[in-house]
Ligand binder design. Structure first.
Ligand code: GDP
Length: 369
């Protein structure tokens, strides 16, 4: 059980672990099938320099033809279909956690949502808002996950992002306007303002009038409203273009919360399952949720979210590569080897008997002590 606080010095106003937590985003990408979730994930990794090759696909959209679909599935599987991967953007670490797009509330979906601090909902500008888009959005809402929407495939013939935006405002997101574009129907605007003004007058004013508002004030207002789940900023673009993907990534950093801004709690088994708020500081007890088990080349791998651990082997995963790490701080996604547990188990350092919940069903406590 290592302590990250020891790397800080007295001169620093904010300890390093705090700075590194502020510069962390744990996000999921959710979508109706075929909206471009896989493509977007891969392009994010590509445009941030995390991977150096992308696959031109001969899909329904008639793009390129470098691989047959078998090869592609295999390659893509290796590239992104691991439980979690990450990239670095503008000095921030963005962990992308695989959110299974199942139609129903399975325990696996719930558990994946449980470890997210924010999400991107991908919508297709041709296909529009579809039933599964509504389902995944409802799941995120239920788990109170702040989110951005990305209306994808703007490069395609027949793309109608405005229609999709209006559909989205009605069916999915509680509120939202495109960040760069204001041309929203007056009626929609008013509705939005009402929602937003509960959170932020300044933001409401900016949308209602043409009063100038500084970009930083506006950004801050949007950020607060988004984190409060009162607002869903909408981006439009094409996953194939860095001009589509990079502003979206900037949006992830600007508007979605870091682990320090999200309240995480556990249930105290010694106090009748009383809710305890987890501090996220290095002096707090270790509490980590095993949210996914994977049988891999190296044996059983357990993906954990949360605190500080010293166990047989601690790694950070990126597709099928792994990097050994010595320690991790609150909010990080790590994987461990050589630990026998079930998905949904809570790990603690033995000083507390807490359980993290998924599906609101308390699950057994594992002690590493
Ligand atoms: P998923 O099922 O949501 O993971 O969707 P995929 O990422 O597999 O994409 C479905 C199809 O849409 C593939 O043929 C992609 O090549 C294509 N696609 C994804 N994003 C874009 C885009 O921005 N523009 C165009 N034209 N096609 C896209």
């Amino acid at each position: 059980f290592s302590n990250v606080a020891r790397v800080t010095t007295k001169e620093e106003k904010e300890p390093l672990w705090k700075d590194s937590m502020d510069r962390l985003r744990n996000i999921g990408i959710s979508a109706h099938i075929d909206s471009g979730k896989t493509t977007l994930t891969e392009r994010i990794l590509y445009y941030t320099g995390r991977i150096h090759e992308i696959h031109e696909v001969r899909g329904r959209d008639g793009v390129g033809a470098k691989m047959d679909s078998m090869d592609l599935e295999r390659e893509k599987g290796i590239t992104i279909q691991s439980a979690a991967t990450y990239c670095t953007w503008s000095g921030y670490q963005v962990n992308i956690i695989d959110t299974p797009g199942h139609v129903d509330f399975t325990i696996e979906v719930e558990r994946a949502l449980r470890v997210l601090d924010g999400a991107i909902l991908v919508l297709c500008s041709v296909g529009g808002v579809q039933s599964q888009s509504i389902t995944v959005d409802r799941q995120m809402r239920r788990y109170e996950v702040p989110r951005l929407a990305f209306i994808n495939k703007l490069d395609r013939m027949g793309a109608d992002p405005w229609k999709v935006l209006n559909q989205a405002s009605e069916k999915v997101v509680t509120a939202g306007i495109p960040i760069e574009m204001e041309a929203l129907a007056a009626e929609k605007r008013r509705e939005l303002v009402e929602t937003v003004s509960e959170v932020d007058d300044k933001l409401a004013d900016a949308f209602l009038t043409d009063e100038p508002i500084s970009t930083s004030d506006l950004e801050e207002a949007i950020r607060r409203a988004t984190v409060a789940k009162k607002f869903v900023p909408v981006f439009m673009g094409s996953a194939f273009k860095n001009k589509g993907v990079q502003p979206l990534l900037d949006g992830v950093l600007s508007y979605l919360p870091s682990p320090t801004e999200v309240v995480n709690y556990a249930l105290d088994q010694t106090k009748d399952e009383e809710k305890v708020v987890l501090s996220g500081t290095p002096d707090g007890p270790l509490v980590a949720l095993a949210f996914k088990l994977e049988e891999g080349r190296f044996g059983q791998l357990t993906y954990l979210r949360h605190d500080l651990l010293l166990i047989p082997r601690l790694v950070r995963m990126h597709s099928d590569e792994m990097e050994d790490i010595q320690e991790a701080h609150a909010g990080q996604i790590v994987a461990v080897f050589g630990v026998d547990c079930a998905s949904g188990d809570t790990f603690t350092d033995g000083s507390v008997k807490y359980t993290m919940t998924s599906m609101n069903v308390p699950e057994p406590v594992m002690s590493l002590a």
